[in-house]
Design a protein around this ligand. Structure first.
Ligand SMILES: NC(=O)c1ccc[n+]([C@@H]2O[C@H](COP(=O)([O-])OP(=O)(O)OC[C@H]3O[C@@H](n4cnc5c(N)ncnc54)[C@H](O)[C@@H]3O)[C@@H](O)[C@H]2O)c1
Length: 315
């Protein structure tokens, strides 16, 4: 990263700020939107399917790949953009890299350019630790070199470079929030490991674990992610910022925690490890902590919240 990872602590608050949240109807977006509204922001959700927005919010329905929709969404007078809309599946990105580029990179470049033209001073992007790729068991922080291993990771790394350029050339306050594995209520449409565990707990089926299950992951609760976004905004963070739990657990430990949370047996079947399966994801959240971010949701409590959500929805 060439951009300076600097911050300015001004005590800037969100009350009355106009914030465009792209993808605000998604899993993370709904929690972020709610947190922003609770902090007093005036939120506009731009999403393919915006659904219901919290009271005081506004909804814009459309496809962000469409330049006309981007024009309608990025208006003069916005205080900033929280850009969450994206193609989010790593596996799907391997099947359709060009499609991922169109949404994750081209649409992001379009939004940034409109932000520049319309004097929108702040741009926060949902990025991922996948921009760093496989570092073995080393700890990932904001200085880790970007070596993504999939079209999805590459698309987010490309966005980070664009943000860096707009910060450097135009003084836009851009920040790439590198989320780890996010979990929490509202993720039933996802195919990541936590919802797979919950579906298996609900149906009594066996859970498939790649390899020996000793690979470790950092799982961050979506409420903590929302806190991280608000911290980045209020502290005017610039540059990359790792938002995670700061604690990694093995897949087998995660299964054990899910057994506790669900009160079910959750039998495990080990299958051959996938190529590209990372041996570990261990991140440092020291920079986020220095800005006042502190993850609060313990894994066991967070999993209980997801389980309740799955049970309420039924099979
Ligand atoms: N969930 C995770 O573990 C995780 C981890 C790292 C980074 N991220 C990033 O966080 C962001 C949010 O992820 P999520 O898990 O909430 O995903 P999600 O799929 O639940 O939400 C994405 C939202 O974007 C909207 N969207 C998709 N394509 C669109 C388009 N062309 N035009 C308008 N809206 C569109 C969808 O309707 C959806 O509401 C993404 O950028 C993702 O890459 C997520």
């Amino acid at each position: 990263m060439t951009e300076a990872a600097t911050t300015h602590s001004t005590g800037d608050q969100l009350a009355g700020q106009r914030v465009l949240v792209t993808g605000g109807a998604g899993f993370i977006g709904r929690h972020v939107t709610r947190a922003l509204v609770q902090a007093g922001a005036r939120v506009i959700v731009a999403d393919k399917q915006p659904g219901e927005v919290p009271e005081g919010g506004e909804a814009l329905a459309g496809d962000l790949r469409d330049p006309a929709f981007r024009e309608a969404a990025v208006t003069t007078g916005l205080d900033g953009i929280v850009h969450l809309a994206a193609a989010t599946s790593v596996l799907a990105s391997m099947r359709d890299p060009a499609g991922v580029h169109e949404l994750n990179v081209t649409a992001t470049a379009g939004l940034l350019e409109l932000a520049r033209l319309r004097d929108v001073p702040r741009f926060l992007l949902a990025s991922t630790n996948a921009v760093v790729g496989d570092v073995g068991t080393a700890t990932i922080d904001e200085t880790s070199p970007l070596r993504p291993l999939t079209p999805y990771g590459a698309s987010k790394a490309a966005c980070e470079m664009l943000l860096s350029g707009y910060a450097g050339a135009y003084g836009m306050a851009t920040c790439a929030l590198r989320f780890t594995n996010v979990y929490g209520p509202g993720m039933a449409h996802k195919d990541s490991f936590v919802p797979r565990l919950m579906r298996a707990a609900r149906s009594g089926e066996t859970v498939r674990v790649y390899g020996d299950g000793k690979q470790s992951r950092d799982l961050v609760n979506v409420e903590d992610v929302a806190r991280g976004v608000l911290t980045a905004w209020t502290q005017q963070a610039i540059g990359p910022l790792v938002i995670g739990a700061g604690r990694s657990v093995s897949v087998l430990e995660l299964v054990r925690a899910a057994r506790e949370a669900t009160g079910t047996e959750l039998p495990v079947e080990h299958i051959a490890a996938q190529t590209g399966e990372m041996p570990a994801v261990v991140v440092s959240i020291a920079r986020a902590r220095s800005l006042g971010y502190e993850p609060k949701v313990a894994l066991e409590d967070g999993l209980a919240g997801v389980w309740q959500d799955f049970r309420e929805q039924g099979p």
